[in-house]
Design a protein around this ligand. Structure first.
Ligand code: SF4
Length: 93
């Protein structure tokens, strides 16, 4: 396959990514909220928050403010210390 073909395939694959089904998102959210409450509802620092979102910026799963891997809203999810990137990409708090 040519380089142009590979680039087109990568673009096509990323553009067809969809968020997980709503039932799976609800299950993930319930688990994440339980972790958040267990952690005392602690938030990350402003610096950690920005570092998380900067990690999301070039990620293939990001679509605007949404992570297509977990279905979460990134500007909310990145605030909670207990919340995790489903791909383990975020820097450690
Ligand atoms: S939370 Fe992780 S997988 Fe989702 S967009 Fe951010 S870096 Fe990518």
């Amino acid at each position: 396959m040519s380089m142009a073909g590979l680039a087109k395939k990568a673009h096509d694959d990323s553009s067809t990514k969809q968020p997980p089904p709503v039932s799976q998102q609800a299950w993930s959210l319930a688990g994440a909220l339980a972790d958040f409450v267990s952690d005392g509802c602690k938030l990350v620092t402003e610096e950690q928050y920005r570092a998380r979102l900067e990690t999301c910026d070039p990620c293939e799963y990001r679509r605007a403010n949404r992570c297509l891997k977990c279905g979460c809203r990134l500007r909310i999810k990145a605030r909670g210390r207990a919340f995790k990137c489903p791909m383990g990409k975020w820097p450690k708090p």
